[in-house]
Design a protein around this ligand. Sequence first.
Ligand SMILES: Cc1ncc(COP(=O)(O)O)c(C=O)c1O
Length: 375
Amino acid sequence: MDTNQFKWPVSSEREMELLRHVIESERWGGYHEFVGRLEREFAAFAHCTHGVSAMNGTVTMEMALWAAGVGPGDEVIVPAISFVATAMVVSRVGALPVFVDIDPRSFNMDPERAAAAITPRTKAIIAVHFGGAMAEMDRLLPLAGEHGLALIEDAAHAHGAEWQGRRAGSLGLAGSFSFQNSKVMTAGEGGMLTTNDAAFAERAWSIMDQGRKPGGGWFFHYVPGSNYRITGLQAAVLLAQFERLPEQICRRTRNAALLRAELSDVEGLAFQALPKPQNANSWYLLLGRIDGQRMGRTRDEFHSELTASGVPCTPFYPHPLYGNPLYRQGGCRVEPCPVAEECVKDAFWLPHRALLGDEETTREVAAAMRRACGG
Ligand SMILES: Cc1ncc(COP(=O)(O)O)c(C=O)c1O
């Protein structure tokens, strides 16, 4: 197997060319023209009118909560399965994360569990599009609307994913994207908040840029923001990465379909269910679950054999988010999460780089997966 095809990040002379522009300018920081260009182009790509970039996808989500007015005394509903940032930003603004269970097939927040967790203190829901498969927006949007809640999309995995033609990041009040090293476009670190709400975008921008107002004076500060700006150097790399994104999404989509079809007969292997209204996926992760009883192998045996064959694979998170030391002492509310408890024992993912190979390599990945399943 040609594992060089799984190399990530990928770059070319284009990154160097755009970086040179910045290096040769006198503005290496957040006010280089590339930063504004990236915000405009990425926002348009996400079907949004506004983009506010920041250092990473954790602070963009924190900015979203501040800009939505979430603070001490408020509760925010989050899925029990995600990267810790989804919950930690809630704690950072002084609110209480409320962990709810996920759907056993999609790995995304179960909307019924979210509805059951709403109290008079609930201010927002953070819906994660896990691995690129979008959360049940047809149920979460009306739920948020009925209860007057801000629906924030944690789209860190979902660049280019579409729900009935509407891109991730444009359905809720805001979408938060990550450009961290493993993400489908990267500058090592970076983040972007997208929204169609001009007033919200202005508040988020102020928080990101020292409490200034867009177009206002340099030494005039209106809110206690911070300096979360990305640099022109990051924007240069991201503009180059962005040019490659559509082709890479096509390649991953083709390879994910091939892998799922090749392995559809494997007893005890279930891939992530994709919601019907979703018409495009970023394929950040190829997720699945192992039914050890039916397969006669544990998830950990599957994982060890697959990685030994050169295919990158992660045996899921070691615990639901509330199992982290940070939340074991409290500072959160935990709703019953039997599905999340099961998934940490039997689920796995392949990173998107495993989907970037050519057809021959992808068939070899399928064969290695079949062998790891005992076939
Ligand atoms: C679901 C999810 N949300 C948020 C983040 C945070 O992004 P960043 O690493 O850019 O801060 C990540 C990063 O891995 C993530 O996976």
